[in-house]
Design a protein around this ligand. Sequence first.
Ligand code: DC
Length: 219
Amino acid sequence: MDVITIDGPAGAGKSTISKMVARRLGYSRLDTGAMYRAVAWLLRQKGVEPEETEMVDRICGSCRIEFRGDRIFIDNTEVTDVIRTPEIDMLSSRVSAIPCVRKHLASMQKAIGQAGKIVAEGRDMGTVVFPRADFKFFLTASPEVRAERRKKQLDKSGEIVLYATILRQIMERDTADSSRAVSPLQPADDATVIDSSEMSPEEVVELILAEIARKKEKR
Ligand code: DC
């Protein structure tokens, strides 16, 4: 099937790394966090609260999520940039704890994965969505390093948010993502765990490619 999974907490560098790994291997990249963000955006747009589970189920079960290169569309509206705000950070975390949302998105993700040759990034790629993936990685970094990276990203997009606020939100999201009942954030038993706190993106990519080559050779 040729699937590489990269899971890990917010700000561990998954997006940068998965883009680089996909480019090096000629694979496409599946950003599953963007799918949760898009659903969160759509629910807010429709004025539906995460607690209104019946409505959430209906909307999520009938929405159409589409990737065109690195751009994402939900029901034909492009949401690539509007889903990258601190508000959607928090809302998508709440939305991702709803079982019916996970069910719908996981089946969409499996369908996309059928084509093979993908680098799937998220929280439960190696554990739930692609348990039989060929290569699994779990990328992590200290909360402080992740908050610094996120601050740089937000600064670049012109959004002014205090470092302390970002750090607090990252820690809150970590707790929410790893303690939720469905698909909590945790490394798959057979995942290679990489702590990227002291590593450059290039070093992480080289490590991943070396690990893939090593495993392929052993087969
Ligand atoms: O990776 P991200 O920050 O864009 O993800 C947004 C939210 O979606 C985050 O709170 C975790 C959640 N998520 C998830 O529960 N499962 C995934 N496979 C991907 C993201």
